[in-house]
Write a protein that binds this ligand. Structure first.
Ligand code: BT5
Length: 324
């Protein structure tokens, strides 16, 4: 009910809506509406109440709550079930748990703060309170196990588009899972899998994005940034999260229908370092050469210094040329 009321106030925010009209639309009593309005005000929403005119939303706090997200979503399935927590160790951990308990595809877990946010290979993801989007989404694709890493690339394109749609900023993709603005990392993607020997049970897709941070920790100063640092505006995190889910749902469905071929040109158009000299540090080997692009399976193609084409399945990239 609170989400529906908020949705109504958000849509009607350029005019007043009477208590009577709200109660008719939502099918609840005016007392119930008043209680929800009071609760929203306590969260920091400023809602004007003018006699004979009604209510009008004049200020929205930059909070992530289940009702703010539900009131803003424009998706069919993703985010229909939203779990928001103030503090968690990692939304990935919680999402694994919820997936095992049978929660359906599209369920999202969001936290205002993570005390043990995870990157790849046991690395840490810094997730300070109230400043970012720290979210995990449960996916249940019918894919072969070896196809699962492609979802990282699909998500990267979706998140780049969401950033562009909401802020106008063109982020670039650093293979396989980083999003950069001016060569500094603004977001990271983590794809984890629960699988039987031959079948994917679920994929937990984690997205971490720095939105409102004025400062990043000293050790990340050279490599990390936030939307606030790049653009100087306080991007509404709920609107951005809803846009990410909208793009992600579309790209995910397209990927499941047609594979990576359709998305690959978009990925390559946004990728940083293609056609340039790079080093890819994989788990078992390091390859230096010219990045040629990716295969239809999302594998990085490199022309090494001996003139051989090499394929790298996962790892970290180093660029030799930076814009900074
Ligand atoms: C990633 O790993 O970039 C994946 C990050 C995924 C985070 C999300 S948040 C929601 C969900 N819940 C989680 O617990 N995780 C996911 P990787 O490519 O391994 O990069 C990790 C490296 O990025 C670290 O070693 C740092 O150098 C750097 N880093 C850490 N925190 C950062 C931040 N907030 N912004 C930019 N860079 C950061």
């Amino acid at each position: 009910m609170k989400a529906k009321l908020l949705q109504l106030l958000l849509t009607m925010s350029d005019s007043y809506i009477s208590g009577q009209a709200i109660s008719e639309q939502l099918g609840c009593s005016r007392t119930a509406i008043w209680k929800h309005i009071d609760a929203l005000r306590k969260e920091g929403y400023k809602i004007e109440a003018v006699q004979n005119k009604g209510y009008r939303l004049v200020f929205t706090p930059n909070l992530l709550t289940d009702h703010s997200i539900q009131a803003t979503l424009a998706t069919e399935r993703f985010g229909k079930k939203v779990i928001v927590r103030d503090e968690v160790t990692s939304t990935q951990e919680l999402a694994h748990q919820f997936a095992q308990e049978g929660n359906e595809e599209g369920t999202i877990i969001v936290a205002e703060q993570q005390t043990a946010g995870k990157g790849r290979l046991g690395r840490k993801w810094y997730s300070p309170k109230g400043t970012g989007i720290w979210m995990s989404i449960i996916l249940r694709p019918s894919l072969a196990i070896q196809e699962a890493p492609q979802l990282t690339l699909v998500a990267a394109v979706a998140v780049v588009r969401a950033i562009k749609n909401v802020t106008g900023i063109e982020a670039s993709i650093k293979w396989p899972n980083d999003l950069l603005i001016n060569d500094r990392k603004v977001a990271g993607i983590l794809t984890e899998m629960q699988a039987d020997p031959d079948r994917i049970q679920s994929i937990i897709l984690g997205i971490g994005m720095n939105v409102l941070q004025e400062e990043v920790p000293e050790e990340l100063e050279e490599i990390a940034t936030s939307l606030w640092k790049e653009k100087g505006v306080q991007v509404d995190r709920t609107a951005l999260l809803a846009e990410i889910l909208k793009e992600l749902e579309w790209f995910y469905d397209t990927f499941l229908q047609s594979g990576l071929q359709f998305i690959k040109p978009m990925w390559e158009a946004h990728a940083r370092g293609m056609g340039e000299r790079i080093t890819a540090r994989g788990v078992n080997e390091t390859v230096t050469g010219t990045a040629l692009g990716i295969t239809d399976q999302g594998v990085l193609r490199i022309l090494d210094d001996k003139g051989n084409e090499r394929e790298v399945y996962s790892g970290d990239l180093d660029f030799f040329h930076t814009d900074r």
